[in-house]
Design a protein around this ligand. Structure first.
Ligand code: PLP
Length: 456
């Protein structure tokens, strides 16, 4: 086996890490952590240190680490048939079975799944499908996409544009001109502290109406949003938000894309976030929880309404000229089939609801008396703690203090628990695997309290 020092040297010399401050990495400020194993909520590095991963990788390892059922399904598929493409009607038992399993679980109005590799490419697909859809319908001007500030939809050119976070725009000359942003449903950060949730929801819907009026409804193709804002701060929507937004979109014949890369397959305690909030999307983006990240795979689930236009459109415009070499990759599909079976067998959606509620209530109760804790929020097995300088005014800390990253570092150092300092604002996020037990939830809560107190 290679020595750790050797690997660390090769790492610095050869590996361009994503989302990384390259100079800090080169100086050794970020260290090297070489992960070598995992089981349940835990990962282990090459020094033998065990860490509790309360963020499930990048909120993706939903069944937990080390599930042999999925590993064996992957190995079996690789031995039988590692690859064949899915162009012009080709498929494999795994990809066809997985498509059926997804449609069986998806909201009732959903029709077909287009497979990709990542959440980003699935969202790129969605935008192209929406454009194709409007071309079929002879609406060549109806092409702009509305996204929300603080939304996260990927790191591609279009998806980076849809993302409403400065870090993903700055220095990349994004967003592209076809994207317009509207307000985030971020009630905690409302301008007027006296405003009721209902009034805030109305304000979000009115602001969307105003944007549509400014741009012209005939220029807007779709609205994309995560049922719960994820990377932008883990922000569940205020009650009634989706109903109000959907009414506006329907009025202007604007398609709704529900980006369920994080919320799909159980994280909110329902199979889909769309079920959870009574959303009726035209397209749903899935990735992460589809395979629990045991292999890369994503999908765009299209509704009956969209499918009908696409299918008829091909007679008019010709075949859909959009495909990835690895669309519906058999190994990813085999992982997906085994993963979805395991989610059913272990009743992980129920556990996400029950243990997630226990976790969220426990966090709230345990952190309530700490002065820098401004907000504790969450849904299912998804939670966030937002830090503030002043509880009454919700004043931000100076970003240079990096309070969120400091708490995440303290959590890791003091308790060997991984949480995520979210990229914008002083927010610590938790998204443990859906198999978390109550005892593990208690450990995370205790570790969070200890870390926050050490920084406060
Ligand atoms: N959409 C959402 C809601 C996400 O959270 C992410 C990733 O975190 C993506 C899209 C992009 O997925 P990927 O990183 O697989 O490209």
């Amino acid at each position: 086996m290679l020595k750790n020092d050797q690997l660390a040297e090769w790492d610095r010399e050869n590996f361009f890490h994503p989302s990384t401050h390259l100079a800090q990495f080169a100086r050794g400020d970020l260290g090297n952590r070489i992960i070598s194993g995992g089981d349940g909520l835990y990962i282990e590095d090459r020094d033998g240190t065990r860490l509790m991963d309360a963020f499930a990788g990048l909120y993706c390892v939903n069944i937990g680490y080390g599930r042999q059922e999925v590993a064996e399904a992957i190995a079996k598929q690789a031995k039988e048939l590692a690859y064949y493409h899915s162009y012009v009607g080709h498929g494999t038992e795994a990809s066809i079975t997985l498509a059926k399993m997804i449609i069986d679980r998806a909201p009732a109005n959903m029709s077909k799944v287009y497979f990709g590799l990542s959440g980003s490419d699935a969202n790129e697909t969605n935008i192209k499908l929406v454009w194709y859809y409007n071309n079929v319908l002879d609406r060549p001007k109806k092409k702009k996409i509305i996204s929300r500030w603080r939304g996260y939809h990927g790191s591609g050119l279009m998806t980076g544009s849809l993302t409403g976070l400065e870090l993903f725009h700055n220095k990349f000359d994004l967003p592209l001109s076809q994207v317009v942003h509207t307000d985030a449903p971020y009630y905690f950060r409302r301008a007027d502290t006296g405003q009721s949730e209902a009034d805030f929801v109305k304000q979000c819907a009115d602001s969307l109406e105003a944007l549509i009026a400014r741009e012209g409804a005939d220029s807007i193709a779709a609205f994309i949003g995560e049922p719960v804002l994820g990377t932008g701060g883990i922000v569940p929507p205020p009650a009634g938000y989706w109903k109000a937004i959907q009414a506006v979109l329907k009025k202007h014949d604007i398609l709704l894309i529900a980006d369920e890369v994080v919320t799909g397959f159980g994280r909110l305690g329902s199979m889909f976030g769309s079920d959870h909030y009574d959303i009726e999307p035209d397209i749903i983006t899935i990735a992460k929880g589809l395979t629990s990240a045991y292999a890369p795979l994503s999908g765009s689930i299209v509704s009956n309404k969209v499918w009908k236009v696409l299918e008829e459109g091909t007679d008019k415009l010709g075949p859909i000229g959009h495909g990835w070499t690895y669309s519906a990759h058999p190994i990813g599909a085999a992982a997906g089939v085994a993963n979805l079976k395991l989610i059913d067998d272990l009743k992980l959606v129920d556990n996400a609801r029950d243990t997630g509620t226990y976790f969220n209530q426990g966090l709230k109760a345990a952190l309530d008396d700490i002065s820098i804790v401004g907000d504790v929020r969450g849904e299912g097995i998804l939670a966030a703690i937002e830090f503030v300088k002043d509880r009454d005014t919700r004043e931000f800390f100076d970003p240079a203090l990096k309070v969120g990253p400091q708490v995440a570092a303290a959590l890791l150092e003091r308790s060997k628990v991984i949480g995520r300092a979210m990229p914008q604002g002083d927010i610590l996020g938790f998204a443990p695997p859906l198999c978390m037990t109550r005892a593990e939830a208690d450990m995370i809560i205790e570790a969070a309290r200890d870390a926050i107190q050490s920084v406060a």
